[in-house]
Design a protein around this ligand. Sequence first.
Ligand code: GLP
Length: 272
Amino acid sequence: MNIIIKENYQELSTFTANLIAKLIRSKPDCILGLATGSTPIGTYKELVRMHKEEGLDFSQVKTFNLDEYLGVGIDLNKPYHLDQSYARFMYEELFKHINIKKENIYFLNGLTNDPEAHCKWYEEQIKKAGGIDLQLLGIGRDGHWAFNEPGSSLASRTRVQALTKQTLDDNYESFYKKAGVDRSEMPHFALTMGIGTILEAKNIIMIANGSKKADVVAASLEGPVTSQITASAIQLHSGGITVVLDKEAASKLKNTEHYMHVENLKLKYNLP
Ligand code: GLP
C-alpha cells in the first residue's frame, strides 16, 4: 500500500489527477471507476484543466460510477439540474467539461423500476468492459466506501443499501442543504457497488482530506479489517493501492514516519 501524505487539499488533488492522467495517457481506452462527494471535486477540476490546457483525451475512456441515491437520477424527459443525483454531480463537476462520449459513461440508475435486475446488469457491464483499471474512492465518516455502510459484507456485490443517519446528515450538509432541499426529502436508500465489486478493480486510489476523516482513515488503514468500517477492506486488495491524504486526514496514523520514509526512498531511487 502506498500511503502519500500531501501538505494540503490542492496538492492532494493535483497528485491524484496526475495519477489518473498517467493511466489515460498510457491506456487511452482505460476503464475508470469514479466517486462522488466533496473530496474528489479538486481532482476533477484538475482533470478538466488538463483536458483544456494539455489536451488530456477522454474520447476512449469508459467510466463506471460507484453509487446513486434510489429514487433520483437522470430522467431524459426532465432537465437533470433539478435533482441531487450523483449523475448530475458527475456531469456538473466533470463530464460536461471533457470530451468523454455519453455512451461510455455508466451510472447506476436511481430511477430504475427493478433495482435487483439493474444491479445485476451493472455488474455485467463492468465485466463486459474488461473490469475497472483504476477505482477512485473517498471515505465516509462512518468508514464507508461508496454506500457500503457498516455491516455490509466485505464480499458484497452491487445492490440496494439503506443509509445511516450519519451519512444522511453529512450528505445533507455537503449537498442537499446548499441546494435548498428539505432534510426530510432526502432519499434513505441507495444503489451501490459492493465491496467485493470494488476489490476487483485492478488499482485503487483512496483520497481523504480534513481532520474529520482522521479517525476513520487511521482505523481503515491501521486497524483490523472489519465490516464495521468497510473501507478497511483496502487491506485485502491484491493490486496497486495508493492512498492520498492531506496532513489533517493523516494526523491519527501511527506509522506516518515509515510511510514518509518509503516515499522518500521511492523518489530517491526513482521507483514506481
Ligand atoms: C458519500 C459517497 C461516498 C463518499 C462519501 C464521502 O457517502 N457515497 O462515495 O466517499 O460520501 O463524501 P465526502 O467526500 O463529501 O466526504
